[in-house]
Design a protein around this ligand. Structure first.
Ligand SMILES: [Zn+2]
Length: 452
């Protein structure tokens, strides 16, 4: 997509900002948090899986906010070592007790049916039914989330309390599902920048009614795309809304020619809970995206965690597989598996908060702002320090920064601008904030002492 579409698209937002810095300074995080939470609520009831109408409906709702393009990849398509599976759809599912009362109903929670369950309509004894029921004995009120991808099986999920209360007798069991030749569906949006170098933002869209994992990631990616489309950008931004694992494998196998353009990337998952932000480094470990995110977190004033790459988690596993080794990290709050609500009905609308979503948005935007403005400079007066006082640089620097910033920034930038250190490197080495370093570099450039 070219700038024309982005420009046209941006007019609807009522924002007059043009740079990412202006956006950061002007955007109302309260409003952004509420917008993202509204999207989470809208998507919550849909029964999603790795294929099928649930993903299509989800993408259609996202399209009301950003001009996503939907791609359909046919069942049976070879994607590296995998094959695009049959498409799974479900119309209805219930269990009726011996009195004929519906005790489990898909319409009440999309978690009640094991994802990819084969169709069934039979009457059976409680003993047989129980073999197909999943519960959590240690959390007796919660419904677990289970899948049967790439297996031929069927099953229900319910609270342990409910299962323990079931009486002996005959139960009518219905799963009105289909598993047929069809497609794998994913969404993609490219926002054009000044260069064709890209930042990849990817999130998974295959989970049913679970808010943190991963309606939060969907809402954050949508929010970022919505606002970035209003800006003048250096990088082009590619947003992917994929079913996890098979979706990223499919995209990678069909877009190998695009990969050299990807300079930085983030997978977004579990970004709406009240825990501290966690960043998982790319496989490279010290890519620019790793340094940028860690820098932003370190200067955020809030607690955070940074973890090294492990070949387990979300789609960074595929982006960082050794054949690609893309510089893609993963931004989370509390990581998957580290909160009891994970993959249960307790990961509901109360578990994610607008303020947490807004905070994740703000941190992402700050990290992208570092990437957008990072560069390496050369000191044009490298033999001894230039006489800054004579040029009035100290005075104009302290006026510009309201006296808050350290004159040390000027000295650091002059000293380390040898073409080999980026401004982010200098910020990290000096312990100063990227913005302070960037301001110093701008001023020194204006005075002819520095060149990009
Ligand atoms: Zn999950």
């Amino acid at each position: 997509m070219g700038r024309t579409l982005c420009g046209a698209h941006s007019r609807g937002y009522g924002l007059s900002v043009i740079s990412i810095v202006e956006l950061i300074n002007n955007v109302s995080l309260d409003k952004v948090g509420r917008e993202m939470y509204r999207l989470v609520s809208e998507l919550y009831p849909i029964c999603r899986s790795i294929t099928g109408e649930g993903v299509r409906q989800t993408l259609e709702i996202i399209k009301k906010r950003i001009p996503l393009v939907t791609h359909e990849v046919p069942t049976g398509t070879k994607v590296f070592d995998w094959t695009v599976p049959k498409e799974w759809n479900i119309k209805d599912a219930y269990i009726k007790n011996p009195k004929g009362e519906k005790i489990v109903d898909l319409k009440k929670s999309s978690l009640h049916v094991v994802s990819y369950s084969l169709p069934i309509h039979r009457v059976m004894r409680l003993n047989e039914l129980r073999e197909h029921v999943f519960t959590m004995a240690d959390r007796p009120d919660w419904i677990p989330y289970r899948t049967a991808y790439f297996k031929e099986a069927w099953g229900f999920c319910m609270s342990h309390k409910q299962m323990m209360a079931l009486e002996e007798g005959e139960y009518e069991v219905l799963i009105d599902s289909s598993l047929e030749e069809g497609h794998l569906t994913y969404g993609e949006l490219v926002i054009g920048g000044r260069t064709s170098d890209e930042v990849l933002i990817s999130t998974h869209v295959c989970h049913p009614s679970l808010c943190n994992d991963n309606l939060s990631g969907i809402a954050l990616a949508t929010g970022l795309a919505h606002y970035l489309a209003t800006l003048t950008l250096r990088y082009s931004y590619r947003f992917l809304f994929l079913p996890s694992t098979i979706g990223s494998i499919t995209w990678l196998s069909q877009n190998e020619r695009t990969l050299p353009r990807i300079q930085h990337g983030l997978v977004l998952a579990c970004v709406g809970d009240s825990g501290k932000t966690t960043y998982k480094r790319s496989r490279r470990g010290n890519a620019e995206i790793d340094k940028a995110v860690v820098h932003v977190l370190r200067h955020s004033g809030a607690e955070f965690d940074v973890i090294d790459f492990v070949p387990y988690g979300y789609d960074e596993r595929q982006f960082c597989s050794p054949g690609f080794n893309l510089p893609v990290g993963c931004l989370m709050r509390t990581p998957h598996g580290c909160y009891p609500e994970y993959h249960t009905s307790a990961d509901g609308l109360n578990f994610v908060q607008p303020a947490a979503l807004a905070d994740s948005f703000s941190k992402c935007l700050s990290a992208l702002s570092v990437l957008e403005r990072n560069a390496a400079y050369v000191n044009l007066n490298p033999k001894c320090e230039p006489q800054l006082g004579r040029r009035g640089i100290f005075r104009s620097y302290s006026e510009r920064s309201n006296g808050a910033d350290n004159e040390m920034a000027l000295l650091w930038v002059l000293n380390l601008s040898d073409g080999n250190h980026s401004l982010l490197d200098i910020a990290e080495r000096s312990g100063l904030k990227f913005d302070v370093i960037r301001n110093a570099a701008d001023l020194l450039t204006e005075h002819g002492l520095l060149k990009q």
